[in-house]
Ligand binder design. Sequence first.
Ligand code: NAD
Ligand code: 2HG
Length: 394
Amino acid sequence: MHQIKTFNAIAPEGMQRLEKEKYDINENDHPEGIILRSKKLQTSEIADSVLAIARAGTGVNNIPVESCTERGIVVFNTPGANANAVKELVLMSLLMSVRPVVSGINWVQQLTGSDISEQAEAHKKQFAGHELEGKKLGVIGLGSIGAMVANDAYRLGMEVMGYDPYVSVDTAWSISRRVQRAQDISEIFTTCDFITVHVPLQEKTHHLIGKKEIAMMKNSAHLLNFARAEIVDHSAVLEAINEDELAGFTTDFADENLLHHDRITVLPHLGASTAEAETNSAKMAVRTMKQFIETGIIKRSVNFPAVEMAFHSPYRITVINRNVPNMLGQISAIIADSEINIDNMINRGREDYAYTLVDIDESDEDKIANVVEKLRETEDIIRVRVIKKEEVPY
Ligand SMILES: NC(=O)c1ccc[n+]([C@@H]2O[C@H](COP(=O)([O-])OP(=O)(O)OC[C@H]3O[C@@H](n4cnc5c(N)ncnc54)[C@H](O)[C@@H]3O)[C@@H](O)[C@H]2O)c1
Ligand SMILES: O=C(O)CC[C@@H](O)C(=O)O
C-alpha cells in the first residue's frame, strides 16, 4: 500500500482518485506523498519516507523547496488550476473599489417602515460610485492569473498595461495584443489608476511594493494584492492611505493592522476558494502525485525537470542525482555490470540536479536490490527508487 498524508481540506473529487486498494490516507507519519494547500511545512519535520509533496494550488512559499530538492523530494504544484477563481475575485474587487455596494447592502438592511422603497430612492446618492471603463489598470505578473485579469479588464473597457520580464511564451500568446507592455515597472506605478499584483513570493518579490513604489503612484490609485501578503509592505500602505497618498487597498491576506479602515478591504484568503478551483487543484495535484508514485514520471514540478517515458518493462529504476559530469555513465555501468539489460532510459537535468528513469528487462528482485545498493553508494546520487510495473500503465 502507498501511504499519503494530507493537510488542509483537499477536495474529495481529487482524493477519490487514490484507489482504496492501493492508497492509505493519513494512516501513519511515514508517507510517500504529502498533498496540501496552505499548511506551512517550514515548521514541520518532513519524514525521510517522503518522496514527493504536491501543493493543490500555485504558491509554494509554504514548502521548504530548497531543502526538499537537496533531499531528493519532488515538489509539485497545480499551475493555472485556480486562476479563474482568483481572476473573478480580482474583477469583483475592482468593481467593489469603485462602487460602494457593501455599504449600500448593509444600509438598506437596517431600514424600517412601510416606505423603504422611498427611503432608498431618497438616500441612494450616498452610495454613488464610479465606473471602471476608461480607467487604467496595471497588472504586475502576467502568468495564469495576471494574463486572465488583463484580458478581462480590457473587455470591461479598461486601458490595461502589464509588466512581466519573465513572461512565458505560452502565456504571452494568450494575452490580448491590446494589453500594453511596460518596459519598466515604474511605468505601471506612475500611470495606472488601479494596480494589481500577481507574482510568486520569492526573495526578490518580498516588498516588491513598498514606500518608494507607493510614492510613485497617483494619490487616487487603488492597489490590489491577491498574490501573497509579503509582496506588499503593509506599513507603507497604511501610512500612504492615512496621508491621502493612496486612495485604497484590497488584499486577500488578513493582517490585524489593516482592519477597521474604511479604505482598506481585507479578505480571508478567498482567491482560490471556489468549488471549481478546489476540485481542479485537487484533481491535478492527485494526478501528478499518483503518476509519480506509480511510474516515476515527473510533470509540473517546481524543483525537478519534467521527465516522461512510457513504462513497458517489468521494473523501472529512478535516480535523482547532482547534475555533475559522467553520472549517466556511472548509472548505466553499475546496471550493466550486474548483467541487467537496459530496455529504455531517459535523463534530464535542471540546474544543479538531474533525474533519470531506467527501464530494465529484469525481474530478479535480488539482482535489482544489489544494483540499487550500489547506486545508493555512488557519490552525488541522492535518491534511488525501484518501481514494479503495475497492471494499468500511464
Ligand atoms: N489569493 C489566492 O488564493 C491565490 C491563488 C492562486 C495564486 N495565488 C498567488 O498568485 C501568484 C501568481 O499565481 P499564477 O497562477 O498567476 O502564477 P504563474 O506562475 O502562472 O504566474 C506568475 C507570473 O509572475 C511573473 N513574475 C515573477 N517575478 C516577477 C517580477 N519580479 N515582476 C513581474 N512579474 C514577475 C512570472 O514570470 C509569471 O509569469 C502565486 O504565486 C500565488 O502566490 C494566490
Ligand atoms: O488553497 C488555497 O485556498 C489558496 C491557494 C493559493 O494561495 C495558491 O497559491 O494557489
